[in-house]
Design a protein around this ligand. Structure first.
Ligand SMILES: Nc1ncnc2c1ncn2[C@@H]1O[C@H](COP(=O)(O)OP(=O)(O)O)[C@@H](O)[C@H]1O
Ligand SMILES: [Mg+2]
Length: 217
């Protein structure tokens, strides 16, 4: 699906002071396009991804996905739209601590009313965690949790995938394998993707690079 961002602004209050995290972002992604988002720490990348996923409210501007201004939807319509179409790989993974790796990966399907645990198992195998399906996040390393998060992001065959440094916690060899799977899936399912990364090699494999600096592209 296509994605258009128009004059997007977001300010945070930090005690007495205001931090302008996004100072008017304009961007456009075509259907199936894979775009890398590069920028220094604190430049607003995670804030932008959260807003594109409909997780936060912008101060101004619009996020238009396939012609739909997502912040004009009411809460329940937005939740349903997100569950059906959008996946996120969070920088901090956000796995549910009381669910096993398998249950975490399966959860997005369950929310949509589907029951396909064998698909969750296959995805865990594909990211090299076939032997860890029954482990809780607390029993997994950071890199393993990140691979669970990647498997979870692919299970619903999303139309838009937003990934925040999805290989940041992986060693070089594992990163290579998991990112091969990730790119292959994105390409074959024509998923539109915005990929935050510090890795120039990964950025080169994308169609295009957007650079963000101090809340501006
Ligand atoms: N929840 C928050 N509350 C207050 N300030 C925040 C919050 N999230 C991010 N910020 C601030 O917004 C700016 C952009 O942060 P972020 O989007 O996380 O950048 P990046 O992901 O590029 O490192 C930073 O100055 C950060 O301190
Ligand atoms: Mg970040």
């Amino acid at each position: 699906m296509s994605l258009r961002v128009e004059a997007l602004r977001k300010t945070y209050l930090q005690g007495e002071s205001r931090v302008e995290a996004l100072k008017g972002i304009d961007a456009e992604l075509k259907t199936g396009e894979l775009v890398a988002l590069l920028g220094a720490s604190g430049s607003g990348k995670s804030t932008l991804l959260g807003l594109l996923a409909g997780l936060d409210q912008p101060d101004a501007g619009r996020v238009v996905i396939d012609g739909i201004d997502i912040y004009s939807l009411d809460e329940s319509a937005l939740t349903l739209f997100r569950a059906r179409n959008v996946s996120l790989v969070f920088q901090q993974f956000h796995l549910l601590p009381h669910l096993t790796a398998l249950e975490n990966v399966h959860l997005p399907l369950e929310i949509l009313g589907h029951h396909r645990p064998e698909r969750a198992r296959a995805l865990l195998e594909a990211v090299g965690l076939g032997g860890r399906t029954g482990h809780l996040p607390s029993q997994l390393s950071g890199g393993e949790c990140q691979r669970v998060a990647i498997a979870r992001s692919l299970i619903t065959e999303p139309k838009l995938l937003l990934a925040d440094e999805p290989s940041g916690n992986l060693d070089a060899e594992t990163a290579q394998q998991v990112m091969d799977l990730f790119f292959h899936t994105l390409r074959s399912q024509k998923i539109t993707c915005l990929l935050v990364t510090h890795n120039e090699e990964l950025a080169k494999r994308c169609d295009r690079v957007i650079r963000i600096q101090g809340g501006r592209v």
